[in-house]
Design a protein around this ligand. Structure first.
Ligand SMILES: Cc1cc2nc3c(=O)[nH]c(=O)nc-3n(C[C@H](O)[C@H](O)[C@H](O)COP(=O)(O)O)c2cc1C
Length: 179
């Protein structure tokens, strides 16, 4: 199956941008959740750790992710037209490291050390993820080094587990202020 919608190339504005090192230093203090974005099916699958994910709208249910244009997973999503965003729970930081290429599995397959099933599209859904959002690509926009994928959410589930957080180049778990 292939998905042929071309990515729209948005034009950057002409305003002078701040230098990238200053930008990256400040971005270290933007706390995020951590997801593993997957595509494919049980026979052919790709996946990458992605923190750039956010809700877009509830009606229609939609999210967006930002994926580097050099990413194997991003290329596979463009070809396939579907993806599943798996929000990691607080005990799944090792899975984030594997899917970021920070640690190899024994057999070289990023998927082999965790358990996967599927929701609607066939893209791998991580068992016990805090939440999973299974999507059809609604729109793709290339901007700078990244592609923004808008995902129309066709299925979602949650384990109600506490999510994992990332900021200042490290993984964190949360605790409520009023505990
Ligand atoms: C905490 C964390 C968050 C990341 N977030 C993103 C992201 O939002 N978008 C992205 O393109 N890469 C992100 N990465 C980097 C990719 O996970 C990494 O480059 C990965 O090896 C790409 O795999 P692929 O080329 O097989 O798709 C992140 C890495 C880490 C450790």
């Amino acid at each position: 199956m292939s998905f042929t919608q071309p990515a729209t190339a948005a034009q950057p504005s002409l305003a002078p941008n701040c230098d990238s090192q200053t930008f990256l230093d400040a971005m270290r203090y933007v706390g995020t959740g951590v997801t593993v974005v997957t595509t494919g099916d049980a026979d052919w699958r790709k996946g990458s750790t992605v923190s750039a994910m956010c809700s877009l709208s509830a009606e229609p249910a939609s999210i967006l992710i930002c994926v580097n244009r050099d990413s194997n997973t991003g290329a596979a999503i463009k070809a396939r037209g579907t993806f599943c965003v798996n929000v990691l729970n607080a005990e799944q930081s090792d899975i984030a490291r594997v899917f970021a290429g920070m640690r190899d599995t024994a057999d070289g397959d990023r998927f082999s050390e965790s358990r996967w099933d599927e929701l609607a599209t066939g893209a791998p859904a991580l068992e016990n993820a805090a939440a999973s959002f299974d999507c059809h690509v609604g729109r793709m926009i290339d901007y700078g080094t990244h592609t923004i994928f808008v995902g129309d959410v066709v299925a979602a589930r949650t384990s109600r587990a506490e999510p994992l957080y990332y900021y200042n180049r490290d993984f964190h778990t949360g605790s409520p202020l009023d505990a």
